[in-house]
Design a protein around this ligand. Structure first.
Ligand SMILES: Cc1cc2nc3c(=O)[nH]c(=O)nc-3n(C[C@H](O)[C@H](O)[C@H](O)COP(=O)(O)O)c2cc1C
Length: 197
Protein backbone atom coordinates (compact mmCIF):
# COMPACT_ATOMS: atom_id res chain seq x y z
CA UNK A 1 0.00 0.00 0.00
CA UNK A 2 1.29 3.50 -0.81
CA UNK A 3 1.80 5.78 2.15
CA UNK A 4 1.70 9.51 2.71
CA UNK A 5 4.33 10.66 5.17
CA UNK A 6 3.04 12.88 8.00
CA UNK A 7 6.31 14.29 9.27
CA UNK A 8 6.30 16.72 12.17
CA UNK A 9 8.14 18.09 15.17
CA UNK A 10 6.23 18.95 18.34
CA UNK A 11 7.62 19.97 21.71
CA UNK A 12 4.39 20.44 23.66
CA UNK A 13 1.87 18.41 21.67
CA UNK A 14 -0.14 20.88 19.56
CA UNK A 15 1.45 20.02 16.21
CA UNK A 16 1.29 16.34 17.18
CA UNK A 17 -2.50 16.61 17.64
CA UNK A 18 -2.82 18.36 14.26
CA UNK A 19 -0.82 15.54 12.64
CA UNK A 20 -3.37 13.05 13.88
CA UNK A 21 -6.30 14.96 12.35
CA UNK A 22 -4.40 15.25 9.06
CA UNK A 23 -3.71 11.49 9.15
CA UNK A 24 -7.43 10.84 9.62
CA UNK A 25 -8.17 12.93 6.52
CA UNK A 26 -5.59 10.95 4.55
CA UNK A 27 -6.97 7.62 5.67
CA UNK A 28 -10.53 8.66 4.80
CA UNK A 29 -9.48 7.87 1.21
CA UNK A 30 -9.20 4.24 0.14
CA UNK A 31 -5.82 2.64 -0.48
CA UNK A 32 -3.62 5.16 1.31
CA UNK A 33 -1.84 4.79 4.63
CA UNK A 34 -0.71 7.77 6.74
CA UNK A 35 2.78 7.01 8.04
CA UNK A 36 3.30 9.32 11.05
CA UNK A 37 6.90 10.14 11.88
CA UNK A 38 8.63 12.77 13.99
CA UNK A 39 12.15 14.16 14.18
CA UNK A 40 14.42 14.39 17.24
CA UNK A 41 15.17 17.72 18.92
CA UNK A 42 18.39 19.33 17.81
CA UNK A 43 21.04 19.24 20.52
CA UNK A 44 24.78 18.64 20.72
CA UNK A 45 23.96 14.95 21.25
CA UNK A 46 21.29 14.52 18.57
CA UNK A 47 23.20 12.40 16.12
CA UNK A 48 25.23 10.54 18.69
CA UNK A 49 22.67 9.27 21.13
CA UNK A 50 19.04 9.41 20.09
CA UNK A 51 17.52 5.96 19.48
CA UNK A 52 15.37 5.26 16.41
CA UNK A 53 12.30 4.76 18.59
CA UNK A 54 11.70 7.63 21.06
CA UNK A 55 10.29 6.94 24.54
CA UNK A 56 6.82 8.00 23.42
CA UNK A 57 5.03 9.08 20.27
CA UNK A 58 5.83 8.38 16.64
CA UNK A 59 9.13 6.83 15.51
CA UNK A 60 11.75 9.12 14.08
CA UNK A 61 11.66 9.59 10.31
CA UNK A 62 14.42 8.26 8.11
CA UNK A 63 15.41 9.63 4.72
CA UNK A 64 14.01 6.40 3.25
CA UNK A 65 10.59 7.27 4.74
CA UNK A 66 10.82 10.53 2.80
CA UNK A 67 12.24 9.00 -0.38
CA UNK A 68 9.50 6.39 -0.79
CA UNK A 69 6.44 8.41 0.27
CA UNK A 70 3.72 9.12 -2.29
CA UNK A 71 3.24 12.57 -0.73
CA UNK A 72 4.14 14.59 2.35
CA UNK A 73 2.41 16.54 5.13
CA UNK A 74 5.07 18.54 6.98
CA UNK A 75 4.32 20.08 10.39
CA UNK A 76 6.25 22.35 12.71
CA UNK A 77 5.65 24.69 15.64
CA UNK A 78 6.26 28.32 14.76
CA UNK A 79 9.62 29.48 16.10
CA UNK A 80 10.15 33.22 15.64
CA UNK A 81 7.93 33.20 12.56
CA UNK A 82 9.70 30.24 10.99
CA UNK A 83 9.89 26.46 11.19
CA UNK A 84 11.59 24.82 14.18
CA UNK A 85 15.25 23.82 13.80
CA UNK A 86 14.64 20.05 14.07
CA UNK A 87 12.44 20.14 10.96
CA UNK A 88 14.98 22.21 9.03
CA UNK A 89 17.80 19.98 10.27
CA UNK A 90 16.03 16.90 8.91
CA UNK A 91 15.36 18.57 5.55
CA UNK A 92 18.98 19.71 5.34
CA UNK A 93 20.00 16.05 5.23
CA UNK A 94 17.92 15.47 2.08
CA UNK A 95 20.42 16.80 -0.46
CA UNK A 96 20.83 13.31 -1.91
CA UNK A 97 17.09 13.21 -2.65
CA UNK A 98 17.35 16.68 -4.21
CA UNK A 99 20.25 15.55 -6.44
CA UNK A 100 18.50 12.35 -7.53
CA UNK A 101 15.13 14.09 -8.09
CA UNK A 102 13.42 11.39 -6.03
CA UNK A 103 10.72 13.73 -4.69
CA UNK A 104 9.88 15.56 -7.93
CA UNK A 105 6.14 15.79 -8.70
CA UNK A 106 4.98 14.40 -5.37
CA UNK A 107 2.29 16.47 -3.59
CA UNK A 108 2.96 18.14 -0.25
CA UNK A 109 1.14 20.24 2.37
CA UNK A 110 2.28 22.08 5.50
CA UNK A 111 0.84 22.77 8.96
CA UNK A 112 1.86 24.74 12.04
CA UNK A 113 0.88 25.85 15.53
CA UNK A 114 1.59 29.15 17.27
CA UNK A 115 0.95 30.47 20.77
CA UNK A 116 -0.55 33.74 19.45
CA UNK A 117 -3.06 34.58 16.74
CA UNK A 118 -0.76 36.88 14.81
CA UNK A 119 2.53 35.26 15.77
CA UNK A 120 3.61 34.22 12.29
CA UNK A 121 1.57 31.21 11.16
CA UNK A 122 1.53 32.35 7.54
CA UNK A 123 5.24 33.19 7.44
CA UNK A 124 6.05 29.80 8.93
CA UNK A 125 3.84 27.95 6.48
CA UNK A 126 5.27 29.86 3.52
CA UNK A 127 8.86 29.34 4.69
CA UNK A 128 8.21 25.62 5.09
CA UNK A 129 7.18 25.51 1.44
CA UNK A 130 10.52 26.88 0.20
CA UNK A 131 12.62 23.71 0.65
CA UNK A 132 9.68 21.66 -0.64
CA UNK A 133 9.75 23.62 -3.92
CA UNK A 134 13.50 23.02 -4.21
CA UNK A 135 12.96 19.31 -3.69
CA UNK A 136 10.37 19.29 -6.49
CA UNK A 137 7.17 18.77 -4.52
CA UNK A 138 3.85 20.05 -5.86
CA UNK A 139 2.77 22.22 -2.92
CA UNK A 140 -0.95 22.40 -2.09
CA UNK A 141 -2.96 24.69 0.18
CA UNK A 142 -6.55 24.80 1.42
CA UNK A 143 -9.12 26.26 -1.00
CA UNK A 144 -11.84 28.66 0.22
CA UNK A 145 -14.43 26.09 -0.77
CA UNK A 146 -13.74 24.77 2.74
CA UNK A 147 -16.41 26.76 4.63
CA UNK A 148 -14.39 26.82 7.89
CA UNK A 149 -11.78 28.98 6.24
CA UNK A 150 -14.34 31.80 6.08
CA UNK A 151 -15.59 31.50 9.64
CA UNK A 152 -12.70 30.37 11.85
CA UNK A 153 -11.87 32.66 14.75
CA UNK A 154 -8.64 30.79 15.52
CA UNK A 155 -6.31 28.91 13.13
CA UNK A 156 -6.78 27.90 9.50
CA UNK A 157 -5.16 29.52 6.47
CA UNK A 158 -5.20 29.01 2.71
CA UNK A 159 -1.48 28.17 2.94
CA UNK A 160 -2.00 25.18 5.21
CA UNK A 161 -3.59 24.07 8.46
CA UNK A 162 -2.83 25.97 11.66
CA UNK A 163 -3.73 26.12 15.34
CA UNK A 164 -3.56 28.84 17.96
CA UNK A 165 -2.38 27.03 21.11
CA UNK A 166 -2.44 30.08 23.41
CA UNK A 167 0.28 31.34 25.70
CA UNK A 168 -0.18 28.30 27.96
CA UNK A 169 0.02 26.04 24.88
CA UNK A 170 -3.10 24.26 26.12
CA UNK A 171 -5.90 25.59 23.89
CA UNK A 172 -7.75 22.58 22.46
CA UNK A 173 -7.67 22.26 18.67
CA UNK A 174 -10.99 23.92 17.76
CA UNK A 175 -13.60 22.17 15.67
CA UNK A 176 -12.83 24.45 12.71
CA UNK A 177 -9.10 23.76 13.05
CA UNK A 178 -9.77 20.02 13.27
CA UNK A 179 -11.94 20.06 10.15
CA UNK A 180 -9.34 22.08 8.24
CA UNK A 181 -6.60 19.62 9.25
CA UNK A 182 -8.82 16.77 8.09
CA UNK A 183 -9.63 18.58 4.82
CA UNK A 184 -5.94 19.20 4.16
CA UNK A 185 -5.09 15.52 4.70
CA UNK A 186 -8.00 14.47 2.50
CA UNK A 187 -6.96 16.88 -0.24
CA UNK A 188 -3.39 15.56 -0.13
CA UNK A 189 -4.74 12.03 -0.48
CA UNK A 190 -7.14 12.95 -3.31
CA UNK A 191 -4.41 14.69 -5.32
CA UNK A 192 -2.00 11.80 -4.72
CA UNK A 193 -4.60 9.37 -6.07
CA UNK A 194 -5.23 11.58 -9.12
CA UNK A 195 -1.49 12.00 -9.86
CA UNK A 196 -1.01 8.25 -9.68
CA UNK A 197 -3.96 7.38 -11.85
C1 LIG B 1 11.87 29.45 20.66
C2 LIG B 1 10.39 29.61 20.45
C3 LIG B 1 9.93 30.54 19.54
C4 LIG B 1 8.56 30.72 19.35
N1 LIG B 1 8.15 31.64 18.43
C5 LIG B 1 6.81 31.87 18.30
C6 LIG B 1 6.35 32.86 17.38
O1 LIG B 1 7.10 33.47 16.64
N2 LIG B 1 5.01 33.12 17.36
C7 LIG B 1 4.11 32.46 18.17
O2 LIG B 1 2.92 32.77 18.14
N3 LIG B 1 4.52 31.45 18.99
C8 LIG B 1 5.84 31.15 19.06
N4 LIG B 1 6.28 30.15 19.89
C9 LIG B 1 5.27 29.30 20.55
C10 LIG B 1 5.02 27.97 19.77
O3 LIG B 1 4.91 28.20 18.39
C11 LIG B 1 3.71 27.34 20.25
O4 LIG B 1 3.78 27.10 21.62
C12 LIG B 1 3.36 26.07 19.50
O5 LIG B 1 1.99 25.81 19.71
C13 LIG B 1 4.17 24.87 19.99
O6 LIG B 1 3.79 23.69 19.28
P1 LIG B 1 3.93 22.26 19.98
O7 LIG B 1 2.93 22.21 21.11
O8 LIG B 1 3.60 21.29 18.90
O9 LIG B 1 5.33 22.14 20.47
C14 LIG B 1 7.63 29.94 20.08
C15 LIG B 1 8.12 28.98 21.00
C16 LIG B 1 9.48 28.82 21.19
C17 LIG B 1 9.96 27.78 22.18
Amino acid sequence: MSYLLVLYYSRHGSVKQMAQYIARGIESRPGLEARIRTVPPVSPTTEATDPYIPDSGAPYATLDDLKHCAGLALGSPTRFGNMAAPVKYFLDQASGLWLSGSLVNKPAVVFSSTSTMHGGQETTLLSMMLPLFHLGFIVLGIPYTEPDLNTTQSGGTPYGASHVAGVSGKNPVTEEEQRLCFALGKRLADITLKLNG
